[in-house]
Design a protein around this ligand. Sequence first.
Ligand code: PLP
Length: 400
Amino acid sequence: MSNETRRPGRHFLQIPGPTPIPERVIAAMARQILDHRGPEFQKLGKRVLSGVRTLFKTEGPVLIYPSSGTGAWEAALTNTLSPGDRVLMVETGQFAVLWKQMVDRLGLRAEVIQTDWRIGADAAEIEAHLRKDKAKAIKAVCVVHNETSTGCLTRLDEVRRAIDAADHPALFMTDSISGLAAADLRHDEWGLDVTISGSQKGLMMPPGLSFTAISEKAIAASKQATLKRSYFSWDDMLAFNADGWWPYTPATGLLYGLDESINLIHEEGFDNVLERHLRLGAAVRAAVRAWGLEVNCRDAKYDSPAVTTVLMPDGHNAESFRKLVLDTFNMSLGTGLNKLAGKAFRIAHLGDTNELTVLGALTGIEMGLELAGVPHKKGGVQAAMAYLTDSVRPATAKAA
Ligand code: PLP
């Protein structure tokens, strides 16, 4: 018998990924494994490969690697670029920092536009940088869509227009690891060349699958690119995926889960899923502001529908606060990353979440602020309730 005291009720997992898994996805994965070279698997393979395209809004291929999102970053760079190639990146936060670190390690040359980590990438700055590249030598523009560390979303449609306005041929790559199925994302319409994601966030699955949507232009670039790749070679994956197969043992159990996750998203209605994320995000920010605390994202244009990063008042440590909330209320909040360590905590509102789970989380935070002696005003939960009540009123009026 363990010495740990039992904690009744469910753990509130309010980190921005991995996110809680719906029972139906758990049940879908609790199955005997099948022959990954057999006809049953082929049906599953074809179904998920086609279903996942609807989430990226693309008619083109989406590759599914048995890897976390970082693997898809590596695949994107090594399949399309050659040693010494120049890459334009925007340091929107910690995940942009990590992607840039990979660019350095692979022998590419990053040119970085800095931000203060409180906004998304600024399209005008990208355009200005590309205009200066008269020789059109920059090969790729890499931007994080939803910067999970800062709670700021980049407007990819604006970045597309900026690249076009500069009349620049660079590939447009985006990391939408925490954006997919939480924020508006249109791979084809926005002319994205490589869009990367992962299973453990908006898709409400365990970690372990990465996704890469690729354009014709990116595939053409991969024929010329000379960086070394083997396991992550797009060629092998594309050839096998064409008939519903993988070039090596696929993550069969996770693919069962993916199949169900795609069903859940379409049963709710993809547009409804995105609208729910917007509403829940707005409710969380209403609470934070009513407490008198500061949302890290300083321009509403970049507000993330997936996660809100909250700045702690000076003299109060975000890590001690997170520990108090975990110990007292059995809730995990996201930690502050890199230069936000100790200075911020994050409230996730993505994946399988709704009005009451978000209000539950906010209640735990409001009680935690009181217990931790963090100066704040009462009424954050009330403000979120008021916002959410108003937001569902039209639907209830219709039902009555
Ligand atoms: N990019 C973003 C925006 C992320 O949020 C994460 C993980 O949280 C990553 C990249 C890294 O992905 P993974 O941990 O799945 O390799």
